[in-house]
Design a protein around this ligand. Sequence first.
Ligand code: DC
Length: 222
Amino acid sequence: MIVTIDGPAGAGKSSAAQELAQRLGFQVLDTGAMYRAVTLAVLRKHVAVHDETALERLLQNLRLELNPGQVLLNGEDVTLPIRSEEVTLASGAIASSPVVRRRLVHLQRTLANGKNYVCEGRDQGTIVFPDALCKFFLVADPVERAHRRQRQLVKRGLTVTVEQILHEQEERDRRDAARDLAPMVPAADAVVLDSTKMTLPQVVETMERMVRSRIQAQRSPC
Ligand code: DC
């Protein structure tokens, strides 16, 4: 069984996915972490973002492992480096590469095959798992999202103004939503949830209720 949570950065996807997966006894697939890990590898190897042949070569020698709370790139723990501002800013361009998307979509389907997963990202309900049991598209007011992001950065000892974050966020949203390949849009059958005025437990409870009712409906179709 697959549950998908898509939506823009800062809408609360990761926290909701973790909590929901725990309640349901599912595993979590953070697909943004996968794009971030590839971005880190690209930056380290100084590969040109639009050189699809070079990207293909890099992907052939790249081993990604996702453990709970940990991302390994060719055996190295890159959980923290993939969250750097440099990687965040460069990831949008890498996520627009056809060769990178093809490879990661394949990996995501392989990882989840035959298992119960909550998968979060931008294209999980539209492209990767079109037959998912339950699909959510989580949104929140841009200013609220920027404040959430600022609080995360403060925890890491970084000082950035909300205006600065808002500016970068708008740019990323625009790029994720406007790209030709796997744009960030809600699937036609996704439930759109606005988390602006909701607490995390409220968001997760709403999701859990819907997932359980779908599971119930699947078990007793009549
Ligand atoms: O959710 P995040 O900020 O960790 O995602 C990192 C980047 O990867 C961001 O630019 C959006 C992109 N992404 C994507 O294009 N498709 C996904 N399924 C997940 C993330």
